[in-house]
Design a protein around this ligand. Sequence first.
Ligand code: NAD
Length: 498
Amino acid sequence: MDSGTQTLARYKMFIGGQWVDSASGQTFESENPFSSETWALIPRGNAEDVDRACKAAHKALTTGDWPKLTATQRGALLRKLGDILATKAKALAEIEVRDNGKLIAEMAAQCAYVPQWYYYFGGLCDKIEGAVIPIDKPQTFNYTRHEPVGVVACIVPWNSPLLLATWKLAPALAAGNTVVIKPSEFTSASTLEFMKAFEEAGFPPGVVNVVTGFGADVASLATHPLVAKVAFTGSDATGARIYSDAAKSLKRVSLELGGKSPNIVFDDANIENAVKGVISGIFAATGQTCIAGSRLLVQRSIHDQFVEKLVALGKTARMGDPMSYDTQVGPVTTRPQYQKVLDYIDIAKKEGCVTVLGGGKATRPECGKGWFVEPTVFTGVRNAMRIAQEEVFGPVLSVIPFADEEEAIAIGNDVVYGLAAGVWTQDMRRSLLMAEKLQAGTVWINTYRAVSYLSPFGGYKRSGIGRESGQEMIKEYMQTKSVWISTATEVPNPFVLR
Ligand code: NAD
């Protein structure tokens, strides 16, 4: 990044180990959601830049130092990267806040956690073992090798740019692949800054590349002949498009998509904890998380009491400058998303929902010119309503009553998504039943929003394909080769399949 002639930061793309402008020379503006002002200029990539990056990644995959590294050396490099990132965590968090408006308290913790993925997958590099198979044919030796798939395109959204890129990058690199990252056009700066850590760690040129720009301009990333796998996180609409584009050349695809997760509170729950868990599930990160607990299913017998406590705590949320550690709810990250959240609030009102908290733009003085929406809670919601079925991706909670376990399961599962679910109960039998019956890739009991490099994450149904984090998923970035060696002195009948 250079400081521009005005006060704008000017970034370059990172391709083949070089900092470069876009092939067209064009740039686009990145805005700060709190000040609503442009703060950076980002290169506007197109198909030519995609081609340059894919060629650089392919060259690094097939020639140079990267394929020569042993798995142990690759692991050491990833762990070195983790150490460097740990020293840069605060600076990276500040860029994220400026670019996407998430709270410094959350981003500082998130950026400090990111190195763990590089330590973990760095450690895993040399523990991916093939097998010697006791094959059923005489004088024959058979074994397997797990090899990288090739060039991986990592396409990520704006809500947690570095964490979500890392969930793909760490295993992809640990498996020996090379990568082209495409960050969101709304939050590209932190990913470009992130590349300095790769340079400092000494990754060979082309192992990691970044192409910035708008989705439509760089759509060739999902179809480029040198790309072997597309690892995508984003909306289900874009995910479906990329899945279909990538299918034309039969690429591997993993998709981490949206959600409409139920947070289910039973009458035997620790109510104070459940209230905090529900608030955290929907208002943390201004509701802009794929795992947002955007449907509160509350047992009818405690509905009124629970909503009262929820609203009382929700009212205390401090809004304002995301760079302040005291702020609890920040702005919405993008202008279009701000409008989308406000539109959904109108839709809910027109559907006949009752606004018991918030319900529109936040006009508090501490919100300045930022894109703020009041933390909003609707009661009187039926699960068939749009507000209960569609992903808002904002601080908007729909409260839906239920009678018993059976109804909670039925309503909880009655959406196209299946990313996550929360359950609040002190009954062990009920916990296990809910964990079994809820159709979601993650179920939290008496907690919410916990993720780790150690545990698989991904969606059921329309929330995605594949998993991220955890030991097993590294295989999603590898392909298995079966090697046959004959120890016979003579080839038997050549006309018969052995
Ligand atoms: P989006 O789908 O609009 O964009 C995601 C990325 O895809 C962006 O980088 C965008 O530029 C790129 N893109 C768009 N069209 C493309 C194309 N044709 N070819 C290549 N790239 C293209 O999503 P968003 O608005 O940035 O993010 C919000 C969405 O992400 C929400 O739906 C949310 O639930 C989802 N999300 C999912 C997870 C998860 O792990 N399941 C995590 C975070 C966010």
